[in-house]
Design a protein around this ligand. Structure first.
Ligand SMILES: Nc1nc2c(ncn2[C@@H]2O[C@H](COP(=O)(O)OP(=O)(O)OP(=O)(O)O)[C@@H](O)[C@H]2O)c(=O)[nH]1
Ligand SMILES: [Zn+2]
Length: 198
């Protein structure tokens, strides 16, 4: 993403061509971008998209750089369950909303638990497909924590399937990526999926 300049109000300055693009879209959709209720909308939309896509500014691996080794001999699964998240699909730029469960089996160190949700957000706040989001979160934890296993399961609804197109509200898409012992060892896999509630 291009470097964002902040204005006197502390909010991002939106370049003219970006405002024009949103105005064009409003007009093309059938409304009048000059009417009172819509006149500030292009600026709001552009700033909203900066937030939705904040992940491009983030290197999620950085969140895993601080680890703790003193965990009283704890060597079982660590799981952060049902983390709510929002992303946007790269096909329609429509919202993807859902929950993710992220687990790992530590080898010799653990990470602050909030960092797993930060890694998820770093990848979710981009234009995504759910399969890639699932795989990227798992790989980031695997590459940076070097654990014995990683399991990521995402259950999400796609706005492009609920508000348009096939229009099937309530349908969840479930994706998973299992690495290390959760892939190779059936007992470990069953244990982690059962802790996640699957
Ligand atoms: N596998 C996968 N598909 C996705 C994801 N997000 C959206 N899609 C799908 O991307 C596909 C794009 O298909 P296209 O035929 O190119 O687009 P479209 O004409 O708008 O398709 P419809 O949604 O069926 O109306 C659709 O089937 C979407 O449901 C995702 O995260 N993973
Ligand atoms: Zn879509």
């Amino acid at each position: 993403m291009t470097k964002v300049e902040l204005g006197a109000d502390g909010k991002p300055v939106v370049p003219g061509p970006v405002l024009d693009a949103v105005r064009t879209l409003i007009e093309w959709a059938g409304d009048d971008p000059a009417r009172e209720g819509l006149v500030d909308t292009p600026r709001r939309v552009a700033r909203a998209w900066l937030e939705y896509c904040q992940g491009y500014e983030d290197d999620p691996a950085v969140h895993l750089s601080r680890t703790f080794e003193e965990v009283g001999g704890y060597d079982e699964i660590v799981l952060l369950r049902d983390i709510p998240f929002q992303s946007h699909c790269e096909h329609h730029m429509a919202p993807i909303t859902g929950k993710a469960s992220i687990a790992y089996l530590p080898r010799d160190r653990v990470v602050g638990i909030s960092k797993l949700a930060r890694v998820l957000n770093g990848f979710a706040r981009r234009l995504q497909v759910q399969e890639r989001l699932t795989a990227e979160v798992a790989k980031c934890i695997w590459d940076n924590l070097h654990p014995q296993g990683v399991a990521v399961v995402i259950d999400a609804q796609h706005g492009c399937m609920t508000g348009r197109g096939v229009r099937t509200p309530g349908v969840g898409m479930v994706t998973s990526r299992l690495l290390g012992c959760f892939l190779d060892d059936e007992r470990s896999r069953k244990e982690v999926l059962s802790l996640m509630g699957y």
